[in-house]
Design a protein around this ligand. Structure first.
Ligand SMILES: [Zn+2]
Length: 177
């Protein structure tokens, strides 16, 4: 790697360690976008958008560009836009890399979680309000529910929740290695 890219990397780390980073991710990183939203990060994701537009969003909205596209990464850095190149790999590897580089929190805090589908902050919703909107079994079994005020999706700590913790534990292990 070129020395100036290394230097640039350090600048990114210093700056973003002190404020909660926001992201814009390229079309190949949709899954990662959903994970970061669950962890409470503001992530814009476009399935298909040209490079210049992604760089423009990052620049205008003070977002870090996450990309799997080396050419896009280099173009961003050349324009002084903060970007992180993520190689093809598992979400565990990618989340570990982001955690190391930016201090990404590896805990789910529902007071800041965002809807993985649309990026809006989810809100607690009274159990009564979700009756008939979630499966009957789910309604009986769980006390706490959240709703996305934008897309209406309802969330609860179901089996997917254990899966989330399982993955985050793997990421923590990877970070400490
Ligand atoms: Zn939503």
């Amino acid at each position: 790697m070129l020395p100036q890219l290394l230097l640039r990397k350090n600048v990114v780390v210093k700056k973003w360690m002190t404020e909660r980073p926001k992201f814009v991710v390229d079309g190949m990183l949709g899954k990662l976008a959903r994970w970061l939203r669950i962890l409470g990060y503001d992530v814009k994701y476009y399935r298909s958008m040209d490079d210049d537009y992604l760089i423009e969003i990052a620049e205008k909205e003070n977002r870090i560009l996450l990309t799997r596209d080396n050419a896009l990464y280099r173009k961003s850095i050349a324009k002084n836009v903060d970007a992180i190149f993520l190689e093809e790999g598992s979400r565990i590897k990618n989340l570990a890399k982001l955690s190391k580089a930016l201090g990404i929190a590896l805990e789910v805090d529902t007071t800041i979680s965002r809807c993985p589908k649309c990026n809006s902050r989810i809100e607690p919703v009274a159990k009564n309000a979700v009756k008939g909107k979630v499966p009957e079994k789910t309604f009986r079994r769980f006390k706490e529910f959240w709703i996305c005020p934008n897309c209406g999706q309802i969330y609860w700590r179901g089996s997917h929740w254990r899966n989330i913790y399982g993955v985050l534990n793997e990421v923590k292990k990877s970070v400490s290695q």
